[in-house]
Design a protein. Structure first.
Length: 388
């Protein structure tokens, strides 16, 4: 008999088993989290002014007026970063095709994968309604230019991500569902146990790179299956709607379906599938590897005794690391969790203000460069017992 409050694990389909083998280390059963309110219900219950705030108490808080000033949106800056991101991607692919060589192709994969990773950071801001003041415009741009081309649904991502912000490190943390990091009983799944050996970490990353095309197909299947269930008025049968968010509208799933069908038709009619795989899916798979490093950095391997600061970290990176790992201030993750209303282009300024506060300087998890991150993810067990 299942323990009170813990749902009985469901027998897994072949697709579920494959998903968990590739992305969480081989669990044979579905990792269903404890039942609880959706993020919309949780917001209403908490009575929060914003729907992406942390539900706990923030340490070393900055005055509200300062945060309000930092949170003023600049549509021009948002637009500029989106245009530049696409320009970099298109230019890199075009140059690789023009000056083809194995070395040029490898460099293109590394660079475009990092640009895609950076575009996901802007999509992430779109999920917080931080691109444009008009939320409809925010979501249209977010879906068409930042989510759908990269196999993502902004609406679906927002549901999981807001739960992650509300319940950081807790049972209802949305990352536990989206990235398969924990079992229903709250235990960390095999792949997300840190610290790791150097070989274990390399295999952890390589598995995700190799599985990138599988993940792209899997997400595409989710998109089609959700559209089917919504159109047949049985959205509760869709895995990612069943427990975690309200069903999308028929208009939304229709537009998303038309986008995917149009892409498939263009690739088929002009016989572009090989190029699509080489110049889009492979760099996207490299982005999956980079994203796995980022996810590891954000909430794992943190050696900190403070109840809040041990949940996430900030990494100071060089221009070269921004070029080939993560642009758009994506490594200021601690600052983002403290104040999600601040758009990505002002996170560096927010970090500088927080560094003026002695409590933040002394207690926050601040890591220098990717080399420092790797040493933290691979080091021996914490003396505090808080490495996650």
């Amino acid at each position: 008999m299942a323990s009170p409050g813990i749902p009985t694990a469901k027998k897994s389909s072949l697709g579920t088993r494959l998903r968990y083998y590739v992305f969480s280390g081989g669990l044979a059963v579905d990792t269903v989290p404890h039942q609880g309110p959706s993020y919309m219900e949780a917001i209403e219950k908490q009575g929060r002014s914003r729907n992406d705030e942390y539900f706990g108490q923030l340490p070393d808080a900055i005055p509200t007026e300062t945060i309000r000033e930092l949170s003023v949106l600049s549509p021009a800056r948002s637009t500029m970063h989106i245009v530049l991101g696409w320009a970099y991607i298109v230019a890199a692919i075009a140059l690789c095709r023009r000056y083809w060589s194995p070395a040029a192709y490898a460099l293109m994969v590394l660079f475009v994968g990092a640009r895609m990773h950076g575009m996901m950071m802007i999509m992430h801001d779109a999920s917080h309604y931080r691109l444009f003041r008009n939320r409809t415009l925010n979501d249209i741009v977010g879906e068409l230019f930042l989510a759908w081309p990269f196999f993502i649904s902004l609406q679906r991502y927002r549901a999981f991500h807001f739960l992650h912000h509300h319940h950081l490190g807790e049972e209802r943390d949305g990352n536990r569902v989206a990235y398969l990091t924990h079992t229903a009983a709250g235990e960390i799944t095999t792949d997300w146990i840190f610290p790791k050996t150097a070989l274990g970490f390399i295999l952890f990353l390589l598995k995700r790179f190799v599985a990138g095309p599988i993940l792209a197909l899997y997400i595409t299947w989710i998109n089609f299956s959700e559209a089917y269930y919504v159109w047949t008025d049985q959205p509760e049968k869709a895995w990612l709607i069943e427990r975690y968010r309200k069903a999308p509208s028929k208009l939304y799933v229709t537009l998303h379906l038309l986008f995917m069908i149009t892409v498939i038709a263009v690739l088929t009619y002009w016989k572009l599938w090989r190029g699509f795989f080489l110049f889009w899916v492979v760099p996207w798979s490299w982005h999956v590897l980079l994203e796995s490093i980022r996810l590891s950095s954000e909430h794992f391997g943190i050696d900190n005794a403070h109840s809040f600061y041990r949940e996430t970290r900030t990494i100071k990176v060089s221009w070269l690391e921004k070029l080939f790992y993560l642009p758009n201030n994506g490594t200021y993750h601690l600052e983002h969790h403290m104040y999600p209303s601040v758009p990505f282009y002002r996170l560096k300024k927010l970090h500088a203000l927080l560094m003026e506060r002695p409590g933040f300087r002394e207690r926050a998890q601040l890591t220098s460069h990717l080399t420092g991150l790797v040493s933290e993810l691979l080091r021996p067990k914490s003396k505090f017992g808080h490495v996650k």
